[in-house]
Design a protein around this ligand. Structure first.
Ligand code: B12
Length: 479
């Protein structure tokens, strides 16, 4: 049987280390047909990768490139050089097996990354359908460049866009993460990721999700998702399950079906999710989510200004954002809020409208992340807006340095100043630059959680400590 090694090149530990769910899905799909192994670089970096390659002797090697940069204008961590230096180049030096690239970061900048990494093949977008097809064609000795979403070293002339693929619905998204990678180091501060669908049909101007996942929602069966959670719980015991979909409650019926299935089976699990879409919230959804075991959610309206909701292409209105906020308070669901300032047309008034919303609707125990500047990615509506505004010329690579969009009416300095002022008056509001808590704060939080047997979301513990530290610092200055 031919062998395939899949390599997770993501070494980022903030805000917490994330298990390579996409690679595990690929491995689970291909096992049986090929002998599969995953090298998880999160904790060792690339240190023992060449040893692994020499021992396993794969016929093909796939590298997942998830993160390009950290999307924070004032930090600008760029991951790509280290990925090539520590993972891809050492393997290329040690062997001549075909190098295949994929992953969400790769899918945003496929041509640039193919060239930089001197890769043989690349797959844009989801891999579970295309990766087996690519390997089959290579096994037959065929040129695979005709396969939708596949790039080859000889056909890197772009732009080749992510093309909608036919999934064999209902599709099997089991990742069985702990079978492929050691889950124990993830237990401390991470969660078990679950993807319940692919795709995003929304049109937020800056967002890459439709480019990576396609524009249509392609859902998994609720019963299959419950099976996956149930089996993982049996193997791993007490872990938090995190939904990693673009938005959890789209389509609305899908989120409700998943919750109902979990309730029906009495799974008694701890759940959290990324983006809740304000458009599809209701008492019914929140009741089901609480009963199913949701311990926290992320609310990502980006803005609470009617004008900016429109300019950012959010597809929902302020009334719907207020409704979501009211439901969050009613059901006392711990929430991390995310606001993104500086989009097209942002000015002092629209900024203030969002701050007023925070004051009126967001609990002081909930966290508010405030980011300034929108990272521009090729293929997004914001890219077209920026081109029209002559921010840069067509063809300019936006891979590095990352380009951040700021409204013409509110420049970077003024916006940073407004955010700083808002933060000083509201201890639960945190600018993007401070979203990685210092190691000492994390250590104190872990201590408190163990000593007090705390089950509250980690962000609540961190927020309390942050408030204590801020109060102490204030007292110190007053003395
Ligand atoms: C969920 C998510 C998070 C969650 C993760 C929670 C968790 N427990 O896993 C949280 C909120 C913690 C998070 C944090 C961050 N994230 Co994030 N995240 C996502 C999101 C929405 C989904 C990722 C995911 O799990 N998808 C589901 C799995 C199944 O899909 P997948 O891994 O992509 O794999 C499929 C394909 O990509 C492909 N594939 C994958 N690998 C390979 C390899 C080969 C060889 C092949 C052929 C195919 C292939 O096949 C797989 C199966 O179909 C993506 C956006 C998106 N829509 O992809 C952003 C995204 C990956 N995140 C991004 C970023 C930047 C970050 C942060 C750096 C932000 C920050 N400053 O903190 C951190 C980094 C965290 C870390 N430790 O790495 C960026 C990366 C691009 C960039 N600009 O660099 C993305 C693309 C969003 C964006 N801005 O466009 N994130």
């Amino acid at each position: 049987m031919k062998k395939i090694l899949l390599v997770n090149t993501n070494t980022e530990h903030a805000p917490y280390p994330v298990p390579p769910v996409g690679l595990c899905m690929l491995a689970s799909r291909l096992e049986g047909k090929y002998e599969m192994q995953i090298y998880d670089g999160v904790f060792p970096g690339g240190t023992n990768l060449v040893d692994t390659v020499q021992r396993f002797k794969p016929d093909y090697i796939g590298f997942s490139i998830r993160n390009i940069d950290d999307v924070v204008a004032d930090r600008q961590v760029f991951y790509v050089n280290a990925i090539i230096r520590d993972f891809i180049e050492p393997v290329k030096k040690a062997t001549s097996i075909p190098v295949i690239l994929g992953g969400s970061g790769f899918s945003i900048f496929p041509e640039e990354l193919m060239k930089l990494a001197k890769a043989d093949y690349g797959i844009i977008g989801e891999g579970i359908e295309v990766f087996p097809e690519l390997v089959d064609e290579l096994e037959k000795g065929n040129d695979p460049s005709y396969i939708p979403n596949v790039l080859t070293a000889n056909s890197v002339k772009g732009p080749k866009k992510s093309i909608k693929l036919k999934h064999h619905e209902p599709w099997n998204g089991f990742s069985k993460i702990d079978k492929w990678v050691d889950f124990s180091p993830y237990r401390k501060r991470s969660a078990y990721p679950i993807q319940t669908k692919r795709g995003c049909s929304h049109g937020c101007v800056y967002c890459t999700y439709p480019l990576i996942e396609g524009k249509d929602f392609i859902t998994r069966k609720a019963s299959e998702i419950a099976d996956e959670i149930c089996e993982a719980k049996e193997r791993l015991g007490d872990v938090t399950f995190e939904f990693v979909d673009s938005t959890f409650n789209d389509p609305e019926y899908h989120a409700e079906n998943i919750c109902s299935e979990i309730i029906k089976r009495k799974l008694k699990v701890r759940l959290r999710t990324m983006g809740i879409n304000p458009m599809h919230t209701s008492d019914k959804l929140f009741e089901l989510m609480i009963e199913a075991g949701f311990a926290q959610i992320d609310a990502t309206p980006d803005t609470a200004s009617e004008i900016m909701l429109k300019n950012m292409g959010k597809g929902f209105n302020l009334k719907e954002v207020k409704k979501m906020a009211t439901l969050i308070r009613k059901f006392e669901l711990p929430t991390m809020w995310f606001f993104l300032f500086g989009g097209p047309g942002e000015d002092m008034n629209t900024f203030q409208e969002t701050i007023d919303f925070i004051d009126q609707y967001v609990s002081a125990d909930d966290l508010v992340y405030m980011t300034a500047g929108l990272r521009i990615y090729p293929g997004t509506p914001l890219y077209t807006i920026a081109l029209k505004e002559k921010r840069f010329s067509k063809g300019k690579s936006l891979l590095y340095p990352p380009y951040f969009y700021y409204s013409e009416k509110l420049n970077k300095e003024s916006l940073d100043g407004l955010i700083r002022k808002a933060e000083l008056q509201r201890p639960n509001c945190i600018p993007a630059l401070e979203t990685h808590p210092p190691a000492a704060m994390i250590a104190e939080a872990m201590e408190q959680r163990i000593a007090g047997n705390l089950t509250e979301p980690m962000f609540r513990t961190l927020l309390r400590i942050r408030k204590d530290w801020m109060a102490k610092e204030k007292q110190h200055h007053l003395r």
